[in-house]
Ligand binder design. Structure first.
Ligand SMILES: [Zn+2]
Length: 437
């Protein structure tokens, strides 16, 4: 990964490029803190990028290249990009100019062909300052919410709609993209979750842009998520295959992740399950990590079982038992993480269903039933969901109730904002789970 100031001149060169490369298309994907410009090219291309100021421009010279079609102009709303121009240069070369709204940083790189696209030249435009400011904002927001000493907190569920932007995911027989249906489903699920008392959803991806898999996990960590759910739709060469499945991280995925954390432990300020690995000797660190991973995996299996039970009420379940795979987004060692394949988009009936908002509503409800079932059993300490309600009966006092539930009278006072020891019959109070402190 390279970050280069727009002010410097750089050269990229690969092998020898004799044939003329055509630029067939351009796509622009706007994410909240970056914009990705993708040029579809007919092959690897020798390129050079430099920037100019007043007005701000990024100039990309492509050796031995021509433009096939008219380039699509970005939406006027894009925060960084004003427009894209191009022109022939030195007979054989092509110059592309990105007109920018401000001076920003960029990354430029080429991508090899994949299932959906051929060779691509990618330019990521981003403002490092804004990125930092946004991170700080999230941090403050979360801090404010989690550090209210006299309030029981909501459980936080991070919902990750798979793929996005240049990565459409699986494509259905009638052309429906996985990235689109899963985003809609994720939004629906978030809405449902936010209606529940004691639960709050955060969307990892909010629109049509790509987020690196590692960054998805990182975002969940920033939000201090209690649970991470990645939403996908499967594809298989046999169009008859259908039904949903739920995945957790496989043993192999967990041990490779543990190795990574141990290798990086001295350079990372991240906590695993609230503990820093920094300065711990290797054995202690690996034991801590193992404990955390085991607990997270058990929780992930548990929540998956609940979700499968919910999904069985809506439609066919492809695999009735929890599946495991080394999926990168499931690798948080301390956040229970599950990946739901909501159906086979390669199956014409399921493609249709997934495109239907009524079906997605049902699906989202089924997942919510699973989540509620899980948190009923395993609500984290200090969360509103871990508390119980008690209606005070005649003759009861704060200390008898405290004794009954084995909590301290002070805790009862704190979480119910009671000034003194007085409680009256008929009053409802919250009983937090005792943290043993
Ligand atoms: Zn997928």
């Amino acid at each position: 990964m390279r970050f280069i100031l727009l002010n410097c001149l750089i050269f990229f060169s690969t092998s020898v490029f004799a044939k003329t490369v055509t630029v067939d298309n351009v796509r622009v994907w706007a994410a909240p803190d970056s914009t990705r410009v993708v040029f579809d090219v007919s092959g690897p291309v020798k390129h050079k990028l430099f920037s100019l100021n007043k007005p701000h421009r990024a100039v990309i010279d492509l050796k031995n290249a021509t433009l096939k079609k008219n380039t699509t102009q970005p939406k006027a709303l894009d925060k960084y990009l004003k427009g894209i121009r191009s022109g022939a240069r030195n007979k054989n070369d092509l110059r592309i100019v990105l007109d920018l709204k401000k001076q920003i940083k960029y990354k430029i790189f080429q991508l090899q062909p994949n299932k959906h696209y051929g060779h691509r030249l990618v330019i990521d435009l981003f403002d490092a300052e804004i990125r930092q400011v946004k991170k700080e904002q999230t941090r403050k927001e979360i801090k404010k919410e989690t550090q209210q000493p006299d309030k029981l907190r909501d459980v936080i569920i991070a919902i990750d709609a798979g793929h996005g932007g240049d990565d459409p995911g699986a494509i259905g027989p009638s052309g429906i993209y996985e990235k689109d249906v899963v985003l809609k489903l994720a939004k629906n699920l978030a809405k449902d979750i936010n209606k529940e008392r004691g639960m709050r959803a955060v969307l990892i991806r909010k629109d049509d842009y790509y987020i690196k898999l590692r960054n998805r996990i990182e975002k969940a960590r920033e939000y201090k998520a209690d649970l991470f759910i990645s939403i996908h739709a499967d594809a298989f060469r046999d169009p008859k295959v259908r039904g949903s499945s739920v995945y957790v991280l496989s043993k192999r995925g967990a041990s490779s992740e543990a190795a990574k954390w141990l290798a990086e432990k001295e350079n990372s300020s991240d906590l695993v399950g609230g503990v820093s690995l920094e300065g711990k000797d290797d054995l202690v660190a690996s034991v801590l990590l193992d404990l955390s991973q085991t607990a997270s995996l058990e929780a992930s299996i548990d929540v998956s079982t609940h979700i499968i039970n919910g999904l069985r009420k809506v439609g066919k379940v492809h695999k009735r038992s929890v599946q495991s795979a080394p999926f990168a987004v499931l690798k948080s060692p301390d956040i229970p993480s599950v990946l739901i394949e909501t159906g086979f988009i390669s199956n014409p009936t399921e493609e249709k269903k997934l495109s239907d908002h009524k079906y997605r509503k049902k699906m989202s409800n089924a997942i919510l039933i699973g989540l509620k079932g899980y948190f009923r059993d395993f609500a984290p300490e200090g969360s509103l969901l871990s508390s119980r309600k008690h209606i005070i009966e005649r003759g009861e006092t704060l200390s008898t109730i405290a004794q009954q539930y084995r909590v301290s009278p002070n805790m009862l006072k704190k979480y119910n904002s009671l000034k003194g020891d007085f409680v009256r019959a008929g009053q409802t109070i919250i009983i937090p789970r005792d943290s043993g402190t």
